[in-house]
Design a protein around this ligand. Structure first.
Ligand code: SF4
Length: 332
């Protein structure tokens, strides 16, 4: 059974060193069930009062700043660090699951000699083992560094595939779900094999169906006159400058753009605005994961460029949030 290792000793030491009286805990959705036992352990061991964040949490981009402002230290679990926060400590969670059966299943599907390795933070500590295995089987492997939004070589996020921009012929992604490997395939234009350590299976990612669906949303937004441009209040998702750029571009092309700032972007929240279509500058996953639930087309900023005629359909790209200071390095 999968377990996530949490470094509680580190938390106890930080609380003691900083003499914290009140601390906050923030868990992502998949780990919230661990929050009560963790709070109990911290209170018993340190005597500090613990306040648990009850708000949804989707990533390191999503710090409960309200809670952070009310406690001495906020411990944010499950994600690698992102951004600068005065009193936030990131406590990563490493999965103990064995990834090798899935990697063995992937081996016959890998055609190229030089393989780029990518994964999510839960499995980054397994990449060296995977690399050794591939080398034993005649492959060369490359693990890219990524920009400042990611902490570990080979780590990808649903909004950042910079660690995949390496000199290789195809990729091996280790992790569950299709979003990340799909993102790598579209961001790089190369073949991606996804090895799922929870199912011990490997498949080739086929982005064509996904791209066809997205083309459908773009086509539906072609005649839209009024666009709601969504900006997130979340610490690591706020792209106000980009939203202002999009608003200006809309005007240049005879459309109207209105900036809507919000915390949680849900189909229910958007329903009231009655814009013809929306452009989402918040987490790129919202655009994709909830696409069918929105009452009007919700586009990524890149897709919006296609609607305005500034980008060709065939140059459609995944939306990525990259650290501005490194961005130039990745744009050809
Ligand atoms: S913006 Fe979305 S994909 Fe990126 S880290 Fe946050 S939750 Fe994950």
């Amino acid at each position: 059974m999968e377990r996530f290792e949490l470094d509680l000793e580190r938390i106890y030491n930080i609380i003691k060193d900083k003499n914290c009286k009140k601390v906050g805990l923030q868990f992502p959705e998949g780990m919230k069930r661990q929050s009560i036992a963790t709070s109990r352990a911290i209170e018993e061991k340190t005597g500090a009062n613990v306040v648990i964040s009850g708000n949804p949490c989707f990533g390191a981009c999503d710090i409960d700043t309200m809670l952070a402002g009310r406690v001495d230290t906020l411990f944010h679990f499950g994600h690698a660090g992102m951004g600068k926060h005065e009193n936030v400590v990131f406590i990563e969670a490493r999965s103990n699951i064995d990834v090798m059966p899935a990697v063995r299943a992937a081996l016959p599907l890998l055609k190229a000699a030089k393989i780029g390795l990518v994964t999510t933070v839960q499995h980054v500590h397994k990449l060296d083992e995977v690399c050794r295995f591939l080398k034993e089987h005649g492959k060369d492997c490359v693990i890219g560094k990524g920009d400042l939004r990611v902490v570990y070589p080979g780590q990808v996020l649903g909004c950042n595939f910079t660690a995949a921009r390496v000199d290789c012929e195809e990729y091996l992604y280790i992790g569950s779900g299709f979003f990340h490997p799909l993102g790598v395939a579209i961001a790089t234009g190369k073949r991606v094999i996804a090895a799922d350590p929870y199912l011990n299976q490997a498949v080739e990612v086929a982005p064509e169906k996904f791209l066809r669906k997205r083309s459908g949303y773009i086509a539906r937004a072609m005649d839209a006159k009024v666009f709601g441009i969504i900006v997130s209040t979340k610490s690591g998702q706020n792209r106000m400058e980009l939203a202002l750029e999009l608003k200006n571009n809309a005007r240049k092309h005879g459309r109207e753009g209105f900036i809507i700032m919000m915390d949680l972007v849900t189909p229910e929240q958007l329903l009231a605005f009655k814009a013809d279509a929306y452009v989402n500058t918040a987490c790129p996953r919202i655009t994709i994961d909830d696409a069918e639930r929105f009452h009007a087309p919700v586009l990524t900023p890149r897709e919006f460029e296609i609607v305005l005629g500034e980008r060709k359909w065939e140059n459609m790209e995944m939306d990525e949030i990259v650290e501005e200071d490194t961005r130039k390095a990745f744009i050809p």
